[in-house]
Design a binder for this molecule. Structure first.
Ligand code: C2O
Ligand code: CU
Length: 457
């Protein structure tokens, strides 16, 4: 008889005392939001007190296969209520983690069980969605990797998390999360930009192939990044594979945006492969990997597209219901009035309520959705940025595509960066029923008014 794995296990169970699980499902893994201490800045700086999942920054990586369901029981040991949003995952609405829309915030000492079916492969992330300007700035985020059934052929799979900290001289997070001057301008910028690589590699070899998964977890900072000593293609935006791998030079990531790259090490042994950050006219080395010796002797085959995810792409938007979104406010925006919590207010009253940005004249989450949608319907939302700042607009629940002026449709994304003065249009097929937030992912702007929602029934 052929001793298959199954037979072996059956045989072994007769000799082993098995723990009594009571026959029920295994207890879900716990993810605890709590205070911790982390070495954010290296060198002689002290550890930074942070708020993190399981006390770390980033929180524990969640990694599973496409098609699996992962569950995590959030336990809140923070001094504030909280909730977790699973950014980019097409989860059932009640798992979306938005207090005030899909659940109540989890109080200190409370818990909430999240069950997340992983429909799509790719690079996603999770973060607090309560008082997020403060909670994300304090460190409440982590990465979710959903593995393709057929993973691409690579030597190293590296997540590059881009973060931005506002630290004191003793490397402590400064306690100024609600500063109006930040909220009315580009948001709360840090003074320490950092790239966190995981796993931490000590070196690579020439001609090795890397998958680099960039995730911008900064609350407000746009990150422009390029590579040196590495060459290849972009294969996914915001988790979703592109149909044809794209060339790139400088990649611009608004808050929450991601990209997967497949690149080969072209630097020579003895050199370094680098990730550069571009700020104004200067470039800084964010991260570098020494090239130690020769890997495969020849250059690799061309980069192939990743297998597509089971989400429909739209090919026709003619006749789709259209509702536009007019963004106003902020410094130099000349906002005169708006409605907040159903009350018309002038600019001074809005500021007194911490509100400085509006969508279609409304600051903060309106009672009525921006639009009512039937499941299966295609919706178009032209967004007019009538402000003096860029905004990173994020839709919960599904991915959208940009509609270009010539009518063609862009790649699937969940966050779009819209520069000052620009009008950009998105379209999506409402494939996920529920109440879904649409907001600026510059978390200071969101707190100061930039949010609305879409109802899919
Ligand atoms: Cu990444 Cu509404 O969030
Ligand atoms: Cu914004």
């Amino acid at each position: 008889m052929n001793l298959s794995r199954r037979h072996f296990l059956v045989g072994a169970s007769a000799l082993t005392v098995l723990p009594n699980t009571g026959g029920g499902a295994p207890a879900p893994r716990i993810i605890e939001a709590r205070v911790g201490k982390v070495q954010v800045v290296s060198g002689d700086y002290p550890k930074t007190e942070i708020w993190g999942y399981d006390g770390g920054v980033p929180g524990p990586m969640i990694r599973a296969r496409q098609g699996e369901t992962v569950s995590r029981k959030l336990v809140n040991s923070l001094p504030q209520p909280t909730a977790i949003h699973w950014h980019g995952l097409r989860v059932p609405n009640e798992m979306d983690g938005v207090p005030g829309l899909t659940q109540d915030a989890v109080q200190t000492g409370g818990e909430f069980l999240y069950e997340l079916p992983l429909k799509d492969a790719g690079t996603y992330w999770y973060h607090s969605h309560n008082q997020s300007t403060e909670q994300v700035a304090r460190g409440l985020y982590g990465v979710i990797l959903v593995d393709e059934e057929q993973a691409p052929d690579i030597d190293h799979d590296i997540t590059v998390l881009l973060d931005d900290w506002r630290l004191s001289e003793t490397a402590q997070i400064t306690d100024d999360f609600g500063a109006m001057h930040d909220w009315t301008h580009a948001g709360r910028m840090g003074n320490y930009v950092h790239a966190h690589l995981s796993p931490a590699l000590h070196g690579v070899q020439r001609n090795q192939r890397l998958r680099l998964r960039f995730v911008n977890v900064a609350t407000d900072r746009i990150m422009a990044v390029s590579l040196r000593g590495l060459a290849g293609k972009l294969v996914a935006h915001d988790g979703m594979p592109v149909e044809r791998p794209e060339d790139f030079e400088v990649l611009v990531f608004g808050p929450a945006q991601r990209a997967d790259l497949i690149v080969d090490v072209i630097a020579q042994a003895g050199e370094t492969a680098q990730v550069l950050l571009h700020e104004r006219d200067a470039a800084y080395v964010l991260s570098e990997l020494p090239v130690k010796g020769q890997g495969p002797s020849a250059a690799r085959d061309p980069v192939q597209a990743l297998p597509p995810n089971p989400i429909g792409r739209i090919d026709d938007v003619s006749g789709a219901q259209t509702v536009s979104l007019h963004m106003e406010g902020g410094a130099m925006g000349g906002l005169r009035q708006g409605t907040y919590k159903g009350r018309p207010m002038n600019a001074r009253e809005l500021v007194e309520h911490g509100q400085i940005w509006t969508f279609n004249g409304v600051a903060g989450l309106p009672d009525e959705p921006l639009i009512f949608v039937s499941e299966g319907e295609v919706i178009r939302i032209p967004m007019v940025n009538d402000t003096a700042f860029p905004h990173a607009m994020h839709l919960h629940g599904t991915h959208f595509q940009e509609v270009f002026p010539d009518g063609t449709l862009g790649p699937l994304r969940d966050t779009i960066l819209i520069n000052r003065g620009e009008t950009r249009e998105i379209a999506f097929a409402a494939d996920n029923p529920g109440d879904w937030l649409l907001h600026c992912h510059m978390l200071s702007h969101q707190a100061a008014g930039m949010k609305t929602w879409v109802k899919v029934t």
